[in-house]
Write a protein that binds this ligand. Structure first.
Ligand code: ADP
Ligand code: MG
Ligand code: MG
Length: 319
């Protein structure tokens, strides 16, 4: 069900600071969280985190982040970026609505009281982040539509394809490429623009039997997968953190360097890829060139990694 998460971001100075957790399971969990995603079994860990660390609350959900960044890049008119999602009838749901309003996003939330609004915690250590969520809410963190309602995606995807509109998809997580590849590949024929990062690209290639680890080759192969709407050739865009972004151009492929940033100026890379997508889309809807889309993606990602969570200053400075 869930598509929107609510993110908790807290500044964890050193991974070993959490050794004060009494339960050894937690200890293990928090230790490994600094390198990877994992799932927490108990809500009490969240309560403990809130008590022990300085916690910041941010509205999250990858797509919601991208939509917010696109609206921010465009600025006027308000509400050109639309978002659909589901929230619980609770405090976090209320905050999500307020945040969407503040960001001038046209958000439509299905409000229900059976399930709480999805929440997850992100541990930030240097330029690394890891994200955790509750076991019973893991469908919310991996809360990509693909894992809960393939029919919804296909409905939108087919509509786009039949009407020659542009349908974009973010691979979102290696997890999706691996455990939801069947659903993913049902949508793929409708995908006009495919986004992903380097680890997602690698997992995708492995799962699809591409037999290459070269990211440019992977992009080319993903580009040439079967496609329904022949009027638009698929475009594949893979970001790679501080390394250049790979984009297919027809049957060719090119790599575009990212904006330089002193690594010490990075506050939090959470949402970097989402911000990239938001910037990219902000130009795409204005019929700008794909090179311009990439430039805007790099710009917004560069801004977002200087701030905690997926947040930004009042106005962009992009020309
Ligand atoms: P994701 O958040 O999906 O893992 P990436 O890590 O590839 O996405 O980051 C997306 C974009 O954010 C990059 O293309 C780049 O512009 C910017 N970015 C992320 N991490 C860094 C970094 N360490 N240094 C400079 N730019 C970065
Ligand atoms: Mg990354
Ligand atoms: Mg990403």
């Amino acid at each position: 069900r869930g598509v929107c998460g609510f993110m908790l971001v807290f500044g964890l100075q050193r991974p070993w600071e959490v050794t004060s957790f009494s339960d050894s399971d937690y200890l293990h969990a928090v230790k490994i969280c600094c390198t990877d995603r994992f799932v927490v079994k108990e809500i009490s860990l969240f309560e403990e985190i809130v008590k022990k660390f300085k916690v910041e609350y941010h509205a999250g959900g990858a797509t919601q982040n991208s939509v917010k960044v696109a609206q921010w890049m465009i600025q006027e008119p308000h509400k050109v970026a639309t978002f659909f999602g589901c929230i619980g009838n609770d405090k976090f749901g209320k905050i999500l609505k307020e945040k969407a309003e503040e960001a001038h996003v046209d958000a439509h939330y299905y409000e229900q009281s059976e399930e709480p609004t999805g929440t997850c915690a992100a541990c930030i250590t240097g330029d690394n982040r890891s994200i955790m969520c509750l076991e019973k809410q893991k469908h919310l963190l991996w809360g990509f539509f693909l894992t809960v309602s393939l029919e919804s995606i296909l409905k939108v995807a087919k509509h786009a394809s039949e009407n020659n509109k542009i349908f974009c998809l973010n691979l979102s997580a290696p997890f999706i490429c691996e455990f939801f590849k069947e659903a993913l590949m049902k949508v793929m024929p409708y995908v006009d623009i495919l986004f992903g990062n380097e680890t997602e690209a690698a997992t995708f290639a492995q799962e699809q039997g591409f037999e290459t680890e070269d990211i440019e080759e992977i992009a080319k192969k993903a580009q040439s997968l079967p496609k329904e709407n022949k009027k638009r050739q698929r475009i594949v865009v893979f970001t790679q953190g501080k390394e250049g972004t790979v984009m297919t151009k027809g049957d060719k492929v090119e790599t575009f360097p990212v904006l330089e940033i002193n690594q010490s100026e990075i506050v939090d890379t959470t949402g970097a890829g989402d911000a990239f997508v938001g910037g990219f889309l902000s130009q795409l809807v204005q019929d700008k060139t794909f090179e311009q889309c990439i430039r805007a993606g790099h710009y917004s990602a560069n801004v977002i990694i200087r701030h905690a969570g997926c947040t930004f200053p009042e106005k962009p400075d992009f020309h």
